[in-house]
Design a protein around this ligand. Structure first.
Ligand code: GFB
Length: 322
């Protein structure tokens, strides 16, 4: 591991944009172990799609470091059915934050991309250099275009204004704080909620979308936050850095593992009228490992921790509201 950080967080004011989301809330947990002041903006006070509000927020709070964890996100169905929101909201959020960070002389900015930025049929594992080498996956091309634009914004501001803005490209994330909506969420929280409901109601089958043959890589969100902070401190260059485990699993095996973790003994059926999305998506982590970081949480313990959080916090909170 490189011993000396290129950028020290000690004594710095760090704004986590999107602190209520899956990654943002994990970043707030992680940054508590750094000797820094964490800044977060209440959503009712700051609409990140409004440039004046973003500029005013930076003028008033003057952060020295910014992590752009704010984004309109969702699973395959949300991406496929709300293209305008996924493109417009994400373009506005990232453009406003990057421009305001430049205006207000932010020392270090980390932008978070997504593994859907790579071409649908790019060689696996996906190297950073595969960006913009072929057509995108159609179910999430709108989100992907916005995320590619975010990476390019950081590169452009670095090149023209010498800003230390970098991009990290996390693989599919999961963990406490995820969106467990069965229609809008990603595969892990959506299937966890569906399988749990089936267990509680005694349903004999659970519908898994697609053929089950698609391959995905998953990173536990607290590992992702730790990796992002590590990259923030140890990396400064135009090209983005993949953040993942390089391990993949089929959706069929993932669904079986979830059923075991949840204790569901019914049958899993595959609904092939629903899309598989990208057939395979596993990132190359050579650059990440070169920076001296790798993930600590294997998939099964990560799913067990997430399930405990889902039952003890998410469902408990919902019962309290009802
Ligand atoms: O997680 P997911 O929605 O996103 O779906 P993507 C992953 C795979 O799980 C797909 C299957 O092959 C789905 O068909 N799947 C099976 C399910 N059952 C379910 C279910 O109940 N819900 C969901 N959501 N999927 C997203 C992109 O792609 O990945 C975003 O749309 C973003 O742009 C994100 O990049 C990380 O991996 O297909």
């Amino acid at each position: 591991m490189p011993n000396t950080a290129l950028y020290s967080l000690a004594g710095k004011r760090v704004w986590v944009a999107g602190h209520r989301g899956l990654v943002g809330s994990a970043l707030v947990r992680r940054l508590q172990y750094e000797n820094c002041t964490i800044l977060t903006a209440p959503r009712q006070q700051l609409d990140l799609r409004q440039p004046e509000q973003v500029s005013l927020w930076l003028r008033e709070t003057h952060p020295q470091a910014v992590i752009v964890a704010a984004a309109k996100v969702g699973g395959i169905h949300a991406n496929d059915s709300r293209p305008a929101e996924f493109l417009y909201d994400n373009l506005m959020i990232e453009a406003n934050i990057v421009e305001a960070a430049h205006q207000h002389r932010v020392e270090k900015l980390v932008f978070l991309g997504s593994s859907c930025i790579y071409p649908r049929l790019a060689p696996q594992p996906l190297r950073e250099s595969a960006l913009l080498t072929g057509p995108l996956e159609s179910t999430n091309e709108w989100y992907a275009i916005a995320k590619i634009a975010g990476i390019k914004l950081c590169q452009a501001y670095r090149r023209q204004y010498d800003c230390d803005f970098i991009s990290v490209m996390p693989t599919n994330l999961y963990g406490p704080g995820d969106n467990f909506d069965t229609m809008q969420g990603h595969v892990i929280p959506a299937l966890m909620a569906k399988i749990h409901q089936a267990k509680v109601s005694g349903a004999e089958t659970v519908d898994v979308w697609g053929s089950g043959r698609a391959l995905r890589e998953f990173l536990y969100v607290d590992d992702a936050a730790d990796g992002i902070v590590h990259i923030l401190k140890h990396y400064s260059a135009a090209e983005h850095v993949n953040l993942g485990t390089s391990e993949e699993i089929s959706i069929r095996d993932l669904a079986g593992l979830l059923a075991r973790v949840i204790g569901y003994r019914g049958k899993l059926t595959f609904d092939t009228s629903k899309p598989d999305g990208t057939p395979r998506k596993v990132v190359d982590t050579t650059r990440l490992h070169g920076l001296g970081w790798q993930a600590a949480t294997a998939l099964q313990p990560g799913l067990e921790q997430t399930y405990r959080w889902y039952v003890n916090h998410h469902l408990a909170e919902q019962r309290a509201i009802a």
